[in-house]
Design a protein around this ligand. Structure first.
Ligand code: 0X9
Ligand code: ZN
Length: 365
């Protein structure tokens, strides 16, 4: 598998799910005609999930018990109610923040935890179907506020801004209509196809490789950079905290990768060595939890070229060197709820290491 192969799949309007250049594989959802075409194009082609709907409908058995937030993937309303509970329970450590509103008018909610000067900004669920990321953002909030004994010191040294559901309209749509929806829900003029891929709508590199000008594509970049209300709101918010932003992290699923800029080109950025040091340390910490190896490197090298992504913009526009995209470990967009604590605790360990390293070495911006 190389970039040309991924680009070929995009040209065929195939929904690419996950890739690894190092291990040479791509997982994608295709219809039966495309399947035949790919079978003759690639001798190593094989069907991993014959019936996606069946896989979506599969539900692990759960023992009945009292309500526990992390027992299930939660809706926007459930996450919102849970955030309110956290804010009420921790009035000194946690404050609400409204990043902005979605196309359909939903609040893009975040929490501001702690009081340190450097800010670690983490957003989840830029892609609607990546539900494991929503629970992971909530897991990080829960760890910092409720479960990790080191929480108070991490809140003292940093301000953590955590946004569990960035693409709230798409998230709702993936819950009530189409489980594998990826984009936002903004209409496109001159087309009956809905939605912009928010992770192609940022300014840096906008319009480049791995993004599409076709509104019907799953990687549609939007009419212009920042044309989606969601991305526009976030870039304005990031500008308002310019200078304090120590790290920016965009959590996706799936694949088990920890990635830095650039995404728009395979050339490595000027600060790559610093990025690499952080990625190595964080993936070591992740490994120590359950022995899971996250692959790391620049995203164009580790997975594929994709321009207009949030990580490139955080680095190139907002000057955040510690700008990362994480593909949470997993093997589908529809993992079982028992995966929630696994991914949550592994990635939390990575973030904790990011903060602790920064403190020890007193890394300046
Ligand atoms: O393609 C994406 O937007 C991300 N992968 S996903 O399968 N979750 O859709 C990776 C984005 C990496 N960052 C950039 N290319 N800038
Ligand atoms: Zn994604």
């Amino acid at each position: 598998m190389n970039d040309t192969d991924v680009e070929t799949l995009y040209q065929m309007n195939v929904d690419v799910w996950a890739t690894s250049r190092k291990d040479g594989w791509v997982e994608a959802m295709v219809d039966s005609n495309t399947r035949k075409a790919l079978e003759s194009l690639y001798p190593s082609f094989r069907v991993a999930v014959p019936n996606v709907q069946e896989a979506i409908d599969q539900k692990e058995e759960r023992k009945p018990g009292p309500y526990a937030f992390f027992d299930e993937f939660r809706t926007y309303a459930e996450v919102s109610a849970w955030l309110n509970e956290q804010l009420e329970a921790h009035p000194n450590e946690a404050k609400p923040v409204l990043i902005g509103r979605t196309y359909q008018g939903r609040d893009i909610r975040g929490v501001v935890l702690g009081s340190g000067t450097p800010i670690i900004y983490i957003h989840c669920t830029i892609h609607a179907r990546e539900w494991i990321t929503t629970s992971t953002c909530c897991w990080i909030i829960d760890s910092l506020l409720n479960t990790d004994p080191d929480g108070p010191s991490l809140l003292n040294d940093f301000t953590w801004i955590i946004v569990p559901i960035f693409n709230a309209d798409g998230y709702e749509y993936s819950h009530n209509t189409q489980r594998l929806w990826r984009k936002n829900r903004q209409p496109n003029s001159g087309s009956s196809c809905i939605g912009t891929d928010l992770n192609r709508n940022y300014r840096l590199g906008f319009g480049g490789g791995g993004s599409s000008g076709d509104p019907c594509s799953d990687i549609y970049r939007g009419a212009s950079a920042y044309s989606s209300p969601e991305v526009n709101a976030e870039q304005a918010y990031l500008s308002s905290i310019y200078g304090r932003l120590f790290s920016y992290v965009d959590i996706h699923s799936y694949g088990g990768q920890f990635m830095s800029p650039w995404g728009y080109t395979t050339q490595l950025p000027p600060d790559y060595n610093q990025m690499l040091t952080v990625m190595r340390s964080c993936t070591d910490a992740i490994y120590d939890v359950n022995g899971r190896s996250y692959d790391y490197g620049s995203s164009a090298v580790v997975i594929y070229i994709a321009a207009g992504g949030s990580d490139d913009d955080a680095y190139g526009t907002h000057d955040v060197i510690r700008s990362f995209t994480i593909e949470a470990w997993g093997s589908s967009f529809t993992p079982q709820p028992s995966t929630i604590p696994v991914v949550g605790s592994e990635l939390y360990a990575g973030f904790k290491r990011l903060a602790q390293d920064a403190k020890e070495h007193l890394i300046s911006k």
